[in-house]
Design a protein around this ligand. Structure first.
Ligand SMILES: C[S@@+](CC[C@H](N)C(=O)[O-])C[C@H]1O[C@@H](n2cnc3c(N)ncnc32)[C@H](O)[C@@H]1O
Length: 193
């Protein structure tokens, strides 16, 4: 099986890649995590989805492709240049809410409906506000993170953050985890109670 033969790449994906190269954005999500997110979202009709770390919108392009007409996604980034670019690609889709905000503050003040899937791709919701963000996952819902495999460009000390996060998630009795050395190192967690 050739897992890189991904055939359902989103229509606007190549335009987003070009934009990413144009502005020198170095953190876009890869095809694997995108494909996985779309597949998981397809399992959740009328879903309420959250992404922390919109970035240039690459993972968002996959997630939007997985949404049915009754689903919505909220995606948050604290960089106004990036949210403006994402709005250029997805702003006309009424299912997509793109917010420019500090995700730590947003998580702490959010009082709305909990989420069927959270993709935490920024510091908040992974290395800070972890309890708060896990609280926002519905029972049966997914908490997804990537970038868990050691990278040469990690700052000194980041491996300790990653190890602590993995240990913490493993101790949670209300989540079932699968750790995957695929893509950039994934954790797929489902809330069980
Ligand atoms: C790994 S990138 C996200 C990549 C994105 N998923 C994509 O496919 O383009 C992480 C993003 O988190 C954003 N970020 C960092 N700290 C944040 C914070 N405190 N609140 C909101 N966003 C933050 C950064 O601006 C960056 O765009």
């Amino acid at each position: 099986m050739k897992d890189l033969e991904i055939r359902d790449i989103p229509e606007n994906h190549s335009k987003i890649i070009s934009k990413s190269e144009e502005i020198g954005f170095t953190m876009p999500s890869d095809l694997y995590i995108g494909s996985l997110l779309k597949t998981l979202i397809c399992s959740k009709p009328k879903a309420n989805i959250l992404e922390l770390g919109t970035g240039i919108g690459l993972s968002l392009s996959w997630m939007v492709d997985g949404l049915d007409q009754g689903s919505t996604i909220t995606t948050i980034d604290n960089n106004p240049s990036l949210t403006a670019i994402a709005k250029g690609f997805f702003g006309k889709d009424s299912r997509v809410k793109i917010l420019c905000a500090d995700a730590s503050e947003w998580i702490k003040s959010y009082t709305g409906e909990s989420f069927d899937l959270i993709f935490a791709d920024a510091w908040p919701g992974k290395y800070s506000e972890i309890d708060e963000v896990l609280e926002l996952v519905k029972v049966g819902g997914f908490y997804i993170i990537d970038d868990m495999d050691t990278q040469p460009n990690w700052p000194v000390g980041h491996q300790d953050n990653v190890n602590l996060l993995v240990q913490y998630l493993e101790k949670r009795e209300d989540f079932n985890l699968t750790k995957m050395n695929w893509s950039t190192g994934l954790i797929i967690a489902v809330k069980t109670k």
